[in-house]
Ligand binder design. Structure first.
Ligand SMILES: CC(=O)SCCNC(=O)CCNC(=O)[C@H](O)C(C)(C)COP(=O)(O)OP(=O)(O)OC[C@H]1O[C@@H](n2cnc3c(N)ncnc32)[C@H](O)[C@@H]1OP(=O)(O)O
Ligand SMILES: O=CC(=O)O
Ligand SMILES: [Mg+2]
Length: 561
């Protein structure tokens, strides 16, 4: 459950009271506030229209992902598509950046929790990316209360009373501009059925948010543009084309100018790095840049090369932005975006403030600062912060290097990155594998899943931010090391990863988790369920596409009929 839900009459227990259009069935819990504010008949009609118009396109795009995976599993490599070289070589630009978001030097991200939405909007960041994706466990309660929270935020009426601390929260006069990240194409929304099938999660997130907020957003936030979005986990420009058509459909419904809606696409899958021009081209009237989603990108490297034992990664902690393939990806993204006239956004450093150890805190801040300096000097126009406490350091790095200029689109063209090749983008990162690597993957993976199953999609673990993307790396890395029975070459002991070793690691790490969180929390929490799920996923003969697809089945709660 959302820790800070403040939903007034949210506890009503009426059955099936939502007023739904034909073909739509709501299987989530009835709540008067959800019904009055979000799940209105007209909004549901809009979502159903999107679903009906785009479901076959989405299905086709997902089938194409599967086909591409089969090619990679048979030795194929992702690469630039010769058929679209005319687009990469062509001289075109995206629509001009809307003035409201010309300056995005620091963007804070976070789940759509009520208190966090207020804190993020007040944080001093230029943008707040409200997340229905990596940072959110998509339970019915989280999703619907998140929609309520965003509606109140866009209306400017959001407030929150933390009763335990008797603290009141409301918006400052100056707030960050709101971007919303819907879920990826692959996730269903099993609480809303349309024509007998679960709706597509991202169409629910997008459709409900757009329907209720476009007018107020354009008035209060977007200076005539908007709403603004972040689009996650795409693998090919055909997926961006669907989003573009969804936007056009929404603009038509709302009677607003084509090109009002703007979106930044996360380049966070390995196949997508070869499609950056194509993605921008599809969205050229709706684009406001690309972002280096570094954590999912690393996850995608392992997933794409799941059947390539010559491309195994070293320990997760060693795969940073200075590895050649990561550096090449970020530089090519900067060149591509600036050539097309839009923002090249940096990504998330995983460090968060450490409250009880000033020296460790300083070291963490120093790492964040270094990461941000690298980004701004390379030519990024802005970056992500996971926590309000990191904003001053991120801001300083960008202020010191960009001064008063809102961005570097015109000044850091990075033409040198035109020479980046397929090999640069695919190069295996260097480093070693250790026992601590597999232990940490296991400890983090289980604790993250346990949190996710109880409603928290982003959590602090061992002084780092963990979310769905970082947890994915832990899972797929364990899976791949087990599959190839790799040698842990960093310990000097020549230990091989196999089922027996992994079983021991799981037992020992579960015992450690119990010691660390305490017996009571361990027993009350979902650690055992998470452990079972994580162990199955790490040892499954075929790699699960996403950690959250399996886990989602455990958080779906259908309203009893
Ligand atoms: C790979 C990717 O996709 S990255 C993007 C997705 N991931 C995210 O967005 C992660 C966002 N960050 C977070 O969720 C949190 O910062 C965590 C879970 C990492 C750490 O949370 P906590 O340990 O609870 O933070 P902490 O206790 O230090 O919080 C202090 C205050 O800052 C607030 N805060 C912390 N992070 C955020 C945030 N991202 N946005 C807004 N407020 C925040 C807390 O609400 C709290 O407010 P209060 O003092 O009014 O009570
Ligand atoms: O969404 C961001 C990422 O790094 O993954
Ligand atoms: Mg991501």
């Amino acid at each position: 459950m959302n820790k800070t839900m403040d939903l007034g009459t949210a506890t009503s227990n009426k059955v099936n009271e939502y007023d739904v259009p034909e073909g739509v069935e709501i299987r989530g819990r009835y709540c008067e506030q959800f019904g009055n504010k979000i799940l209105t008949r007209d909004a549901l009609q809009f979502v159903a229209d999107l679903q009906r118009e785009f479901r076959s396109h989405i299905k086709y795009a997902m089938d194409c992902r599967k086909e591409a995976m089969i090619r990679y599993n048979h030795g194929g490599l992702p690469g630039f598509d010769p058929a679209t070289s005319y687009l990469r070589e062509g001289d075109w630009t995206c629509a001009p950046v809307p003035p409201a978001v010309a300056d995005r030097r620091v963007e804070i991200t976070g789940p759509v929790d009520r208190k966090m939405v207020i804190n993020a909007l007040n944080s001093g960041a230029k943008v707040f990316m409200a997340d229905f994706e990596d940072a959110l466990s998509p339970s019915w309660e989280n999703l619907m209360s998140g929609q309520v929270n965003l509606k109140d935020a866009v209306d400017g009426t959001i407030s929150f009373h933390d009763k335990a601390r008797n603290r009141f929260y409301k918006l400052n006069d100056q707030t960050a501009k709101l971007f919303v990240r819907p879920r990826g194409w692959h996730l269903p929304e099993a609480h809303i059925f349309i024509d007998g099938e679960p709706a597509t999660g991202c169409l629910v997130d997008f459709g409900l948010y757009f329907f209720h907020n476009y007018a107020a957003f354009r008035r209060n936030q977007g200076e005539g543009f908007g709403p603004f979005f972040y689009l996650p986990k795409m693998e090919h420009s055909r997926e961006a084309k669907i989003w573009n058509s969804v936007f056009e459909r929404a603009e038509k419904m709302a009677g607003i100018e084509r090109g009002s809606i703007r979106a930044t696409v996360l380049i966070e899958t390995l196949p997508a790095v070869f499609q950056m021009d194509e993605i921008l081209y599809e969205l050229r009237d709706h684009s406001v840049g690309l972002n280096c989603g570094r954590w999912d990108y690393i996850f995608s490297y392992v997933k794409t090369f799941q059947a390539h034992p010559d491309r195994l990664l070293p320990d997760r902690v060693q795969v940073g932005m200075t590895q050649h393939f990561m550096k090449s990806y970020s530089e090519l993204l900067i060149r591509t975006c600036h050539r097309r006239g839009v923002h090249a956004m940096g990504g998330m450093a995983a460090q968060i403030p450490i409250k009880d150890d000033p020296a460790a805190n300083e070291a963490a801040l120093d790492l964040v600062m270094k990461d941000k300096l690298r980004e701004v000097r390379a030519g990024h126009d802005g970056t992500w912060a996971a926590h309000p406490g990191l904003i001053p350091a991120c801001m300083k790095a960008f202020d010191d290097n960009m001064g008063n200029a809102p961005n570097q689109i015109q000044t850091k063209k990075r033409e040198d990155a035109a020479n980046i090749t397929d090999e640069d983008l695919l190069q295996r990162p260097t480093g070693v594998r250790t026992m601590e690597g597999i232990r940490l993957n296991t400890r983090v993976g289980i604790q993250y899943l346990a949190a996710w199953l109880t409603g928290s999609g982003s959590v602090p673990l061992y002084n780092l931010m963990e979310d769905a993307a970082t947890a994915e790396i832990s899972r797929v890395q364990n899976w791949q090391w087990l599959k190839y029975e790799v040698e842990l070459d960093g310990d000097g002991l020549g230990v091989e990863v196999n089922r027996e070793l992994f079983g021991r690691v799981v037992d020992e790490e579960m015992a450690r988790i119990e010691r660390e969180v305490g017996k009571e929390k361990f027993e009350k929490g979902k650690y055992k369920e998470a452990c079972k799920m994580f162990t199955r996923q790490c040892t499954a003969p075929a790699l699960d596409d996403f950690l959250t697809l399996d886990a989602y089945n455990h958080i779906v709660i259908h309203h009893p009929k």
